[in-house]
Design a binder for this molecule. Structure first.
Ligand SMILES: C[S@@+](CC[C@H](N)C(=O)[O-])C[C@H]1O[C@@H](n2cnc3c(N)ncnc32)[C@H](O)[C@@H]1O
Length: 387
């Protein structure tokens, strides 16, 4: 793709996060953004698409649509895919993978659909060159994305390659970790970061996702800086100079001065969770970058103490869906409410939970409720004013 060519891109995100993504993309200087199904489209240059790949905390994928056509059955899908000149995007020596989804369409079998798409691509190369690209499900050179809605297929190159929620720091999971982009969305909804005097504390941090995302945001660290894989690096349209310049700009924008950084702390009663959080802190793609920006420690909830006169207290307790039973969790929610009330005066409190029943056990009235989906589970971020 030529430097200044303007194209339409589509940025996907999780259900319910489209508005935040829209806001975020505008903040990244992306103009002409429009909300769509499951994401946001924008018109822009390759530089802008790269900027989203590097800088979006909310996005899942950045797609470059190549062609849209009517595909009411597999044969039409096959012929439509064959009409795209794949050799202008990659060679027979590259590896590929196909991501396929359909909704309200006659083609419903996603694996079969993906196979048809792959066949059409490799058959085109085989007919033209006598050889074909091979398939790699792990970090393919080229990730093709096909989405069929109401029998209309949109074929795109996936510039992210794999979902952008993978920041390159998560090596170890603990129980029920939050996705990184969901954690970032929760923090953004709380207005984080609020300056060096406003601290952050997660008293049930698990693998540390909220604390680590809070540190990336407070340090103005572009989330993509920790990744070494994107779906455009082997693409023929890749503009290496533009990408390298953006990386250098992002590195230069990182805040290192401790006086300009807020205190960020995560506690968990389970030493395995704390160990995972510490390991994640050390595994960022830029070695040592996250060290010292977040403090993780083994501590039981009720022993948590305020660490600054004001701050954001945010907690993602178990809510019965995956980790335990609702009834037995009631006392824990009451303890969280008591802790916020007694020890975090002057702070803003947030609880992220999928259980409206447990939310009632907190014993405080939420001043705001925001809906998010944790996978398929409808959850709420509840805000409490603590004064
Ligand atoms: C849903 S997980 C949090 C996941 C975390 N947000 C992440 O992204 O990895 C809940 C965490 O609460 C911790 N926990 C449960 N009861 C606790 C208590 N009384 N005090 C401190 N931590 C507790 C568990 O060990 C678990 O790691």
């Amino acid at each position: 793709m030529a430097n200044r060519e303007v194209r339409e891109f589509f940025v996907t995100t999780a259900k319910g996060m489209e508005d935040l993504l829209l806001q975020e993309l505008s903040g990244l200087g992306i103009g002409s953004v429009t909300k769509g199904r499951g994401g946001v489209s924008f018109r822009g240059t390759i530089r802008e698409a790269y900027r989203v790949c590097l800088g979006s905390r909310i996005a899942n994928r950045v797609l470059l649509p190549l062609k849209t056509f009517f595909a009411p059955h597999e044969d039409r899908l096959y012929s439509g895919i064959r009409q795209i000149r794949w050799a202008s995007h990659f060679t027979e020596n590259n590896t590929i993978a196909v991501d396929f989804a359909s909704s309200q369409s006659k083609i419903t079998h996603t694996q079969y659909g993906a196979l048809k798409v792959k066949d059409a691509i490799v058959d085109q190369f085989r007919d033209e060159t006598g050889t074909r690209p091979s398939v790699s499900v792990v970090q393919p050179d080229i990730q093709v994305n096909v989405y069929i809605f109401k029998d209309e297929a949109t074929v795109s190159l996936d510039l992210s390659g794999e979902s952008l929620h993978r920041r390159g720091y998560r090596q170890e999971g603990a129980n029920a970790p939050l996705k990184e982009n969901l954690a970032a969305a929760l923090l953004m909804s709380a207005g984080w970061p609020l300056g060096p005097d406003t601290a952050f504390l997660d008293p049930m941090c698990g693998s540390g996702t909220l604390g680590l995302e809070a540190a990336l945001m407070a340090g103005n660290i572009a989330p993509g800086l920790g990744r070494d894989y994107f779906g455009f690096l082997k693409w023929k349209g890749h503009q290496e100079k533009i990408w390298k310049d953006l990386i250098e700009e992002a590195k230069a924008a990182i805040i290192y001065d401790p006086k300009k950084l807020p205190k960020i702390v995560g506690y968990d009663q389970d030493f395995r969770a704390v160990r995972a959080a510490l390991k994640n802190t050390e595994t960022h793609g830029i070695p040592g970058l996250l060290r010292g920006r977040v403090h993780f420690e083994k501590k039981e909830l009720t022993l948590g103490e305020s660490i600054a006169p004001k701050g954001i207290f945010m907690v993602n307790p178990p809510y019965g869906e995956r980790l335990g039973d609702e009834e037995s969790l009631r006392p824990l929610y009451k303890e969280i409410g008591d802790l916020m009330k007694q020890k975090f005066k002057g702070w803003e409190g947030y609880i992220f939970t999928g259980s409206p029943v447990l939310a009632k056990s907190v014993g405080l009235k939420a001043s705001k409720k925001m809906v998010f989906f944790n996978g398929p589970i409808e959850c709420r971020l509840l805000k409490f004013e603590l004064y």
